[in-house]
Design a protein around this ligand. Structure first.
Ligand code: C5P
Length: 291
């Protein structure tokens, strides 16, 4: 018997950052969109707890967010964390697309089914929030507002389909490092972050081009200044007059394909950007769900 869950990656259509708090986290006002690039989390009964991620060299020890998710769910239910977990990775690693968070969210859902727990959604979301700020959104999916640390999720009214070319880099970018540089550059009296109501209206009515042109990401300049591959990707989008955004803390750049053949845009960007991998993705997609 096995349980398979599809756990999507995400982009942030909007990411406003506020002043760091005493816990070291930053208040966020973000709009997430789940994508159809997803990891598969497969769990099976076992006498121990184990994790494999074939084809990657990611650590599969206690530091892995998927193992931590298994332990957190078992502790919540008062049971032993016994399962074999296998993760098939497709979401770019360390790319600002919540790959690790997707694996944690997928593990929570898969083990909830394998262990027959039927944990209420609000409890699953609360466990998810203890694992990482992006984990609750991956459970919800679609298009949603993230408040507090990005972990307090409100689904948004949204229409429109987005076709992206994701420009991913071999070398990732550290999220804590991006926030540290943000703090260094932050002006005193930085206000609490909010999402511009006009932006929310563009999301609601599906004005896809306006959403991406008006996208705000307070970590984008930090990413582009520190990651030459991301800078080159952004420059290529600008020279082609293609709207783009930096996903989360980067370095993945999401270029919007407004019309025409996405494969042609993918090939054009790939030809200009040696060293980057270009993938077509569509959003919004469902949150983590049984395959
Ligand atoms: O929550 P998660 O573990 O994914 O966050 C990774 C790091 O990003 C945190 O350790 C913190 O340094 C930074 N972060 C932050 N404020 C947030 C979310 C993340 O400072 N709202």
């Amino acid at each position: 018997m096995s349980v398979r869950v599809v756990a999507p990656g995400k982009v942030n259509l909007y990411l406003a950052v506020g002043p760091v708090d005493a816990s070291g986290y930053h208040p966020l006002a973000t709009v997430f969109q789940a994508l159809d690039i997803a990891d598969d989390v497969v769990v099976r009964p076992s006498n121990t707890l184990s994790l494999s991620m074939p084809g990657t060299d990611l650590p599969v020890d206690e530091t892995n967010l998927s193992i931590r998710a298994a332990r957190a769910l078992a502790a919540h239910a008062g049971i032993e964390p016994l399962a074999e977990i296998e993760i098939i990775k497709r979401i770019p690693i360390a790319g600002g697309m919540a790959g690790g968070s997707a694996d944690a969210a997928g593990t929570l859902l898969a083990l909830d089914v394998l262990w027959g727990l039927q944990t209420p959604q609000d409890e699953l979301l609360a466990i998810a929030a203890t694992l990482g700020a992006d984990v609750p959104f991956i459970l919800v999916g679609g298009t949603a507002l993230g408040a507090r640390r990005g972990d307090l999720i409100t689904p948004l009214r949204a229409v429109g389909h987005y076709t992206w070319v994701l420009i991913t880099q071999q070398q990732g970018h550290s999220t804590p490092e991006a926030f540290r540089v943000f703090d260094e550059n932050a002006v005193p009296g930085l206000p609490q972050p909010v999402v511009d109501p006009e932006f929310l209206e563009a999301v609601a009515v599906g004005d896809v081009g306006a959403v991406v042109r008006d996208a705000r990401n307070d970590l984008a300049q930090i990413c582009l200044a520190r990651h030459s591959g991301a800078r080159a990707a952004a420059d290529a989008c600008e020279s082609l007059d293609v709207p783009y955004l930096v996903s989360g803390s980067g370095p993945t750049i999401a270029a919007l394909c407004e019309s025409g053949d996405p494969e042609a845009l993918r090939a054009e960007l790939a030809a200009r950007l040696t060293g980057a991998t270009c993938l077509i993705a569509r959003g919004p997609a469902r949150g983590a769900h049984l395959a």
